[in-house]
Ligand binder design. Structure first.
Ligand SMILES: Nc1ncnc2c1ncn2[C@@H]1O[C@H](COP(=O)(O)OP(=O)(O)OP(=O)(O)O)[C@@H](O)[C@H]1O
Ligand code: SF4
Ligand SMILES: [Mg+2]
Length: 368
């Protein structure tokens, strides 16, 4: 864990303190059995495999998982910004706007989708600090984005730009007229975040908002995002492989493995009583997030699956110390194991945070 995250807080949890299902807050996005594929010389690579996820209006959801688990691909699929040669092979993404109107983002006609993108849902991309147009001043990037969405009141857009730059804790007068190369990486990242909020979207996707930034800048970006959520009322999906970031920013955490969502739970449940061995593996591989005694770190044995040649049954079984025969045969569905805690594991009731079972497996592997 970085120094930047030492003072983070996860809501405290008693072991019997289960989350009540929330039937009153409306769902803003419901992803149902989403499959996303990339065309490769070796065939279709399924990067997202049957992802299912319900996000409530106003929530912050962290999408975590190792590199290559499909986090960015899922974000791109929601905004239909997949690379050439990629396709949504199956599934729905039902978005419900603030007026209560619902539509499937997968089948929404292009014209309507152009209106939807950025005004209802926006995304800042991985390494966003490098994605601003280098030959455009910040103010012109904001203006062009607004214009592309039918906004014509230049003065109003400039005022909103200045306000947003202030909200992301930049000196608006200095940054407004600047070119991206005149700004530091952290400043460019803040500009990207401000830009994503320009059209007041209800849903914002931040893909790895702090990667490639130094520790102090990471800390500052986290604070910016927290403040923005307090001031502006948007739903947040943030993609990260940094568990400490998830602990600090999220209400709920979705863990991805091999393109599947394997666990989805309130942040305190994810950290205090995970019900999927992969989430436990991720937790054991980083220093403790809350004030626990220091325990030695344990890496997850083995490597991430080859998406062109997935293991049978549960995709995690070759690396899982709990696996039994059923795991090799059957891929478990994502199921609610109580308290709105979803997990895709045949043996979720046996899963503990005890590192010993992992250490034994690693030692057995080393012996061969
Ligand atoms: N344009 C592409 N063509 C072919 N395969 C791709 C393409 N983009 C991503 N992939 C593959 O899809 C899988 C998921 O990639 P993705 O970028 O969604 O993962 P990620 O979880 O965001 O990883 P990271 O943490 O490294 O950003 C990976 O195996 C990756 O190699
Ligand atoms: S289903 Fe089996 S292999 Fe998969 S995570 Fe659970 S115990 Fe491990
Ligand atoms: Mg990514």
């Amino acid at each position: 864990m970085s120094d930047a995250t030492k003072d983070q807080v996860i809501p405290d949890a008693r072991i019997d303190d289960q989350e009540e299902p929330d039937h009153t807050t409306p769902t803003i996005l419901s992803i149902e059995d989403m499959w996303v594929e990339y065309k490769t010389p070796h065939g279709w690579l399924q990067a997202v495999r049957g992802a299912t996820l319900d996000i409530k209006r106003g929530e912050a959801v962290a999408l975590i998982g190792e590199s290559g688990s499909g986090k960015s691909t899922l974000g791109f699929a929601i905004l239909r910004m997949l690379a050439r040669g990629a396709r949504i092979a199956k599934g729905k993404a039902i978005f419900t706007n603030s007026r209560g109107e619902s539509y499937d983002l997968v089948t929404l006609p292009d014209k309507n989708f152009r209106e939807f993108r950025w005004s209802e849902c926006s995304m800042t991309f991985q390494a966003a600090q490098n994605s601003l147009n280098p030959v455009m001043r910040v103010k012109d990037t904001f203006w062009e984005t607004a214009k592309a969405h039918g906004k014509r009141n230049h003065k109003e857009i400039d005022e909103r730009t200045l306000d947003l730059l202030r909200k992301v804790q930049l000196d608006p007068r200095r940054v407004f007229d600047a070119y991206p190369h005149e700004l530091s990486g952290g400043m460019r990242q803040r500009v990207s975040i401000a830009l994503s909020l320009l059209l007041e979207p209800d849903l914002v996707i931040l893909d790895e908002p702090t990667t490639a930034l130094d520790i102090l800048t990471q800390r500052a970006i986290i604070d910016v995002v927290k403040n923005l959520r307090e001031q502006l009322d948007f739903t947040l999906i943030f993609i990260s492989h940094d568990l400490s970031l998830a602990a600090e920013l999220a209400d709920r955490v979705a863990t991805m493995y091999g393109g599947e969502i394997v666990e989805y739970a309130a942040v305190r449940d994810t950290f205090y009583r995970p019900r999927h061995p992969y989430t436990v593996g991720l937790l054991n591989a980083v220093p403790p997030i809350v004030g626990e005694e220091f325990t030695p770190l344990t890496a997850i044995p083995g490597s991430t699956p080859n998406l062109l040649d997935m293991p049978s049954g549960c995709p995690f079984h070759p690396r899982c110390p709990y696996h039994t025969d059923i795991c090799i045969r059957e891929d478990p569905p994502l199921m609610d194991v109580g308290g709105n805690h979803l997990t895709a594991c045949h043996h979720h009731d046996k899963v503990t945070r005890d590192p010993e079972i992992w250490e034994r497996m690693t030692a057995e592997e080393a012996v061969g």
